[in-house]
Design a binder for this molecule. Structure first.
Ligand code: ATP
Ligand code: MG
Length: 359
């Protein structure tokens, strides 16, 4: 495999607002044609990261490289980036066509070229024929799609997209996800993408960056983030997992909720406090007498493909996904195969720093 070069480097970036540290020694690189997604709870610094890269903010310390050139102090309009902001900012006094053509006119493209591009972009976002509509007459989701169209007609090297699909319904959202991935393949665009939606992140990204309170918690492929979360925060954020205090008795044996269970992990030492993560889809419901623990179903919600259940067992409310219908009040046993029990070191403190990732 050929290694693609770094297109963007954030190096030791820190940023505070009014004495509040929003990004703390943030380090991240993005390779050419990579789709990188920032994922994390509200206020963790995602938009700030994009604004720093876009040139709409300056870092307190650290630098940003683009193609190995320091752009930390380069004005926004001289960066080869296009941004779609979280609050899609179309020009209200211009028609849709004028909005889309704005960047192309500045770079003095021919009239025919611009007309073709407008048509192409409107088709791409499923709004053919909207050229002469006013911004006011569009719904939120339509405005959001125009903002995307406006960014892509410039064929930027990098697209910064801040929750660009947030206002769209599920079907449109999936269509747009597909179109954005196609743009990446066909035009070779590099994406730095922000979303709240973990499913969207898992579907679209080459690399996911999980952030919390200005720190990077984990960087990895969707598979790595989902299957091998580095800590309980990532596990919980990605999967709404069961995260239970446990004690590693010895290699391959852990105790949770007063019950010893076989697992596959080794090297935690003896009698070590750990976090034990078990995904809802990995909890097996069996007859009470066959379970490692027994409990009672306390809630049941139909989710379309599966049921989501709460099961109170040994003082812990287990989240369970199953295709079985198990009514509230049923006594059940719980089993988990060793492979599906994930053992994690406890964070040293609740605001543990970024986990270092070696590639
Ligand atoms: N211009 C500003 N002045 C003061 N505080 C700011 C400013 N911009 C951002 N912040 C603060 O910095 C923190 C990070 O904000 P940011 O917008 O980067 O979060 P986010 O991860 O994008 O969140 P969300 O998912 O809600 O969009 C927040 O606590 C926010 O209030
Ligand atoms: Mg934001």
């Amino acid at each position: 495999m050929t290694m693609k070069k770094n297109l963007i480097d954030f190096i030791d970036i820190s940023k505070s607002y009014d004495g509040n540290l929003v990004l703390d020694e943030f380090n991240l690189y993005v390779r050419e044609n990579e789709f990188v997604t920032l994922l994390g709870p509200s206020g963790c610094g995602k938009t700030t990261t994009l604004r720093l890269l876009g040139g709409f903010e300056t870092p307190d310390t650290g630098k940003i490289l683009f193609d190995s050139v320091d752009i930390t102090n380069l004005p926004a309009n001289e960066r080869k980036l296009n941004t779609v902001f979280q609050k899609y900012s179309l020009f209200p006094h211009m028609s849709i066509a004028e909005n889309i053509a704005f960047g192309l006119k500045i770079s003095k493209k021919s009239k025919q070229y611009i007309e073709d591009k407008i048509k192409y972009a409107l088709k791409l976002v499923n709004l053919d024929g909207f050229e002469h509509r006013s911004v006011d007459s569009l719904s939120g989701g339509q405005q959001q799609r125009i903002a995307i169209a406006r960014a892509i007609v410039n064929e930027p090297k990098v697209l910064l997209l801040d929750e660009p699909l947030g206002a769209l319904d599920l079907k449109l959202r999936q269509n747009m996800q597909y179109e954005l991935m196609r743009l990446k393949e066909e035009l070779g665009i590099t994406f730095l993408y922000v979303t709240h939606d973990q499913e969207e992140a898992l579907t679209m990204s080459d690399t996911i960056v999980v952030m919390n309170q200005g720190y990077i918690q984990q960087i990895g492929t969707p598979e790595m983030i989902y299957n091998e979360p580095e800590n309980a925060f990532v596990a919980d954020f990605i999967g709404h997992s069961n995260i239970i205090d446990g004690t590693m008795i010895e290699d391959k044996l852990v105790e949770i909720l007063g019950v010893k269970m076989a697992c596959v992990d080794e090297g935690f030492g003896k009698m070590t406090p750990v976090d034990v993560v078990i995904r809802p889809e990995d909890v097996e419901l069996v007859k009470p007498e066959d379970g490692y623990l027994t409990g009672e179903v306390t809630s049941l919600i139909f989710k379309g493909v599966h049921y989501e259940l709460d099961v109170m067992a040994n003082g812990y409310e287990w989240l369970v996904h199953t295709t079985q219908y198990v009514p509230v009040g049923t006594q059940v046993g719980i089993r988990v195969i060793p492979f599906n029990i994930q053992i994690m070191h406890k964070p040293e403190s609740s605001d543990e720093k970024a986990v270092e990732i070696d590639e």
